[in-house]
Design a protein around this ligand. Structure first.
Ligand SMILES: Cc1cc2nc3c(=O)[nH]c(=O)nc-3n(C[C@H](O)[C@H](O)[C@H](O)COP(=O)(O)OP(=O)(O)OC[C@H]3O[C@@H](n4cnc5c(N)ncnc54)[C@H](O)[C@@H]3O)c2cc1C
Ligand SMILES: *[C@@H]1O[C@H](CO)[C@@H](O)[C@H](O)[C@H]1NC(C)=O
Ligand SMILES: *[C@@H]1O[C@H](CO)[C@@H](O)[C@H](O)[C@H]1NC(C)=O
Ligand SMILES: *[C@@H]1O[C@H](CO)[C@@H](O)[C@H](O)[C@H]1NC(C)=O
Ligand SMILES: *[C@@H]1O[C@H](CO)[C@@H](O)[C@H](O)[C@H]1NC(C)=O
Length: 601
């Protein structure tokens, strides 16, 4: 059974926008009192772009084209009939869009499936602009038609952060900067006594890492995957597992974006500290991010140590857990269930699925990878190695093993990684190659870490026992890998790790309970649901980019946990006047954040 996200057709909303459509010029837009300094003059488009444009003609209203096909009006159609009918209407709209946008960039109707196949959008308009002027034309055309536009990077998110059916998906990966290179290092200056790095939002992490190494600078934390974009990682607060370093959002010092009026805007941490609390993790709701400037640090040398320890001694001893996690620069803990079966036990399992009576989770090994910073002297002239990808051979967990034996397979793959190695820090972060078949997804939920790690250990034990119980009772596992991680909170409205969501004896750090399995694996979603239910009163919250929207009641729970932070975010969005008509929203985000105001209806 495939689990698909239910993509709500959001045309009903578009219709209400269309009634008031007008192609206002950017000069008369909005009220920017006190924020005039955020406008970056972009000027007219260079002539060679303009020449390719065709004459604007008044389009047919979107409502006339698509109105009858909103869910409300389409109850007596099957999903296939409805989708086909939407497609036919979109064909008509496509020619109008092309007319408004001109020859470049191309815009086409696509069926969109994200990387792990958990998001499936029947039809959307896909476009991949190469210049900020093209972005502006798309935004203006969409605005004229009352359509929504959302940016995407690598499409690695597994939650409804994508544009709704029938609207415009803007892939930013080919965007080039009109006033600078794709990446640059900015020296210290009188405002910032540290170096910064500016990169286009479409830059991949692996390019960013190579650039940092070449320029003797570093970040302090990064995710498990190098194939994500700068924009995607900032927009969704992508985290690593460095005890005293933030998510990608926490490095942001300056950011330029194009708002829904087609104005290029620039916000900085020094001039707009309150706005930046909202902007640094915005889930795409502030507009099309163009380039991002992050703080970077002088290059660091890292010593990586891979160990295998019994799960019981680490997860069932909060003191050991605390000492390990707080005592290393970075700690990465991986559990692949059922990994301690002996050869004889494996034979029994292969024969008839027997779960050995002697097996329990405490006996399994934890792959414990720690990273510490060392000096040149400690390095002693040893060569620095490139990134070690975990050779999982096409699977996040288990190589080519089948069923529960994948756990053992995964550990044996991990044991092929050298015990000790030395790298530039950005090349030392643990990296998994995406599975070759792209069928594993991940759910991740965050909790506050207390200074004694009592709550952290409890959360880990809960998820371990869920898996253990299902293995014993049913011979199957709800998760193939458990990858808990630890990071430092930031001053950031929507970051799941932020200074405003606190618990007793708070360490100022966040625990991520991240677990992986193919989307349809038995028990995966029920386990996510049980976890959230159990830790509801500890303000558990989801990773925005991972599977969570199918958990009953999750939207109300998110509203409760973020509380005033959601209000502050919306207030800042309004103040910045980046999106008065909710062009950058989708139906899922509207359920959480509501509409901006009434003046567009
Ligand atoms: C194999 C794998 C491993 C992962 N490991 C980790 C991990 O270790 N830690 C972690 O925290 N997460 C992890 N993730 C999740 C991932 O970090 C996030 O989903 C991230 O957002 C993906 O980046 P992307 O480039 O694919 O962005 P997308 O998924 O394409 O987009 C994500 C969000 O960013 C917005 N966005 C992107 N670009 C722009 C732009 N230019 N302007 C405005 N909005 C924009 C989109 O609108 C969307 O809301 C992992 C995902 C996978 C598939
Ligand atoms: C991810 O990045 C690595 C390193 O550059 C590359 O070898 C690999 O092909 C990429 N994988 C995908 C799925 O894009
Ligand atoms: C728990 O871990 C601590 C620190 O490593 C250790 O001193 C202690 O003996 C452990 N407790 C048990 C019950 O094993
Ligand atoms: C990796 O996968 C390929 C294709 O499934 C297989 O032929 C090969 O033997 C695998 N290698 C290892 C080391 O498991
Ligand atoms: C495990 O649960 C699934 C789903 O309920 C069921 O189909 C299967 O028969 C169960 N297997 C065992 C061994 O209990």
């Amino acid at each position: 059974m495939k689990v698909f996200l239910v993509v709500t057709l959001y045309l009903a909303t578009c219709i209400s926008f269309t009634r008031s459509k007008s192609l206002r010029s950017s000069k008369t837009d909005g009220n920017l009192e006190g924020l005039e300094d955020t406008i970056v003059p972009l000027g007219d488009e260079p002539a060679d772009y303009r020449a390719k444009r065709s004459v604007m003609r008044k389009p047919t209203a979107l409502s006339e084209i698509m109105g009858p096909l909103s869910r409300r009006h389409a109850r007596d159609l099957t999903e296939f009939q409805r989708s086909d009918a939407v497609y036919l209407r979109m064909r008509g709209l496509l020619s109008i869009l092309k007319m408004l946008i001109g020859k470049e960039p191309q815009i086409e109707i696509f069926h969109y499936v994200n990387w792990d196949k958990t998001i499936n959008i029947d039809n959307l308009f896909y476009t991949r602009p190469t210049s900020i002027f093209q972005v502006r034309r798309i935004i203006r055309a969409a605005r004229h038609l009352g359509m929504r536009v959302r940016a995407t990077g690598a499409g690695h998110s597994r939650s409804p952060l994508y544009v709704d059916e029938g609207n415009v998906m803007m892939d930013v990966r080919d965007l080039e900067r009109h006033d600078g290179p794709r990446m640059q290092i900015n020296p210290k200056n009188s405002v910032r006594n540290y170096k910064t790095l500016t990169a286009m939002t479409g830059v991949y992490e692996y390019d960013l890492n190579e650039f940092m190494v070449r320029n003797d600078v570093t970040m302090l934390s990064q995710p498990l995957n190098v194939n994500e974009t700068m924009g995607g990682m900032v927009a969704a607060a992508t985290h690593g597992s460095t005890w005293s370093a933030p998510t990608y959002s926490g490095y942001v010092r300056e950011l330029r974006l194009m708002d829904s009026s087609g104005r290029l805007r620039k916000f900085t941490i020094e001039r707009h500290p309150e706005l930046m609390k909202a902007i640094i993790c915005n889930l795409g709701m502030f507009g099309i991010m163009y380039d991002i400037t992050i703080q970077v640090y002088p290059t660091l040398i890292a010593k990586v140590h891979n160990q295998f320890v019994p799960l019981g001694s680490l997860i069932y001893n909060n003191t050991a857990l605390r000492d390990t996690v707080t005592g290393n620069f970075l700690t990465e803990i991986s559990w692949f269930p059922f990994n301690s079966v002996t050869d004889a036990e494996a034979e029994d399992y292969k024969r008839d699925g027997t779960i050995p009576a002697a097996w329990n989770a405490k006996r399994d090994s934890i792959w414990l990878r720690s990273i510490n910073i060392i000096s040149e002297a400690e390095l002693g002239g040893r060569p620095l190695e490139p990134t070690h990808f975990l050779p999982t051979n096409g699977s996040l967990s288990g190589g080519k093993e089948k069923g529960l034996l994948r756990g053992r397979g995964a550990v044996s793959v991990a044991k092929r990684v050298p015990i000790v190695s030395y790298h530039h820090l950005v090349n030392a972060f643990p990296v998994i190659l995406p599975p070759r078949w792209g069928t594993e997804t991940s759910a991740a939920f965050m909790l506050n870490i207390d200074n004694q790690f009592i709550r952290a250990a409890e959360a880990l034990q809960f998820i371990v026992e869920e898996a253990e119980n299902q293995i014993k009772a049913n011979g199957s596992t709800p998760l193939n890998a458990l990858l808990p991680r630890f990071f430092e909170n930031s001053d950031c409205d929507l970051c799941p790790g932020n200074h405003d969501i606190t618990q007793a004896d708070d360490s100022g750090r966040t625990l991520v309970i991240d677990f992986l399995a193919p989307p349809a694996q038995y028990g995966f979603y029920p386990t996510a649901r049980k976890f959230v239910d159990h830790f509801r009163n500890q303000k558990v919250r989801p990773h925005w980019g991972k599977r969570h929207d199918n958990i009953p009641g999750i939207i109300d729970h998110i509203k409760l946990v973020y509380g005033d932070n959601l209000d502050h975010f919306q207030k800042m969005r309004k103040l910045a006047d980046v999106d008065p008509c909710d062009m950058f929203m989708n139906s899922y985000l509207l359920e959480i954040f509501g509409r901006s105001g009434t003046w567009c209806a």
